[in-house]
Design a protein around this ligand. Sequence first.
Ligand code: ADP
Ligand code: MG
Length: 248
Amino acid sequence: MNIHASTSRAPAPVLRVEGLSKQFEMHHLQRTLFAFDNIGFRLDEGEFILLTGENGAGKSTLLRTLYRSYLPRAGHAYYHTREGVIDLAAAADVDIAVLRRREIGFVTQFLNARPRVAAEEIVAEPLRLAGTPHAEALEQARRWLTAFGVKSQLWPAYPSTFSGGEQQKVNLARALILPQRLLLLDEPTASLDRDARRALVERLAELKASGVAMIGVFHHPEDVASLVDREIRLETIRIADGADDVAE
Ligand SMILES: Nc1ncnc2c1ncn2[C@@H]1O[C@H](COP(=O)(O)OP(=O)(O)O)[C@@H](O)[C@H]1O
Ligand SMILES: [Mg+2]
């Protein structure tokens, strides 16, 4: 189902990126490493952008910059909330924290869970923080863990003891349990088995149909082929000259 097909309303933008650039100062090497330069695109509600490029092209750095784990060197990333527009490149940290809680999700293959918290509690937490009663949040969490193929014996256990694939499933369930408006996906399927990848793609299709905008890098891009509206390819920036001038 395409929510835009049946309506004449123009799709609403979620993100407008203009001239976004990021470089890393490698002080110990007295070098500047350009991760990406002058990136621009627009992402609408319900749109899915596949981010591609060689290893080291800057894909993860671009996603982290949009999540504001990194500050860009230049440019803008205008995020359209329902109340107004906020530039992710310049917003205050407190505003970013609110957006991360309610609107912008980041999904990687790595689980960064607090120790000694049960898997099912980790997954339920975003719902609980949003006000869902504990019992109901837990019930939904278990449904998600089941969908991703996490065995019920593991639900009350601590994910620090899980295999990489199991940790990734817990991570995905947590990241996707509470629908957000913008999802940034950095190789979320890298170590998942086929069934879990299928469950993930089903969930992403549902989210897309409900209007969630997504931009992501995928280890198995063929999995998400049916979801992709556009592809953005990052080119590796190679510095031809001048890079050695600063080194003494
Ligand atoms: N925190 C960092 N400090 C310095 N260099 C970094 C940092 N993060 C990434 N880089 C460098 O930026 C470039 C882009 O990395 P990355 O965004 O991880 O690429 P991709 O995800 O496309 O493989 C690489 O050359 C990488 O070594
Ligand atoms: Mg990467």
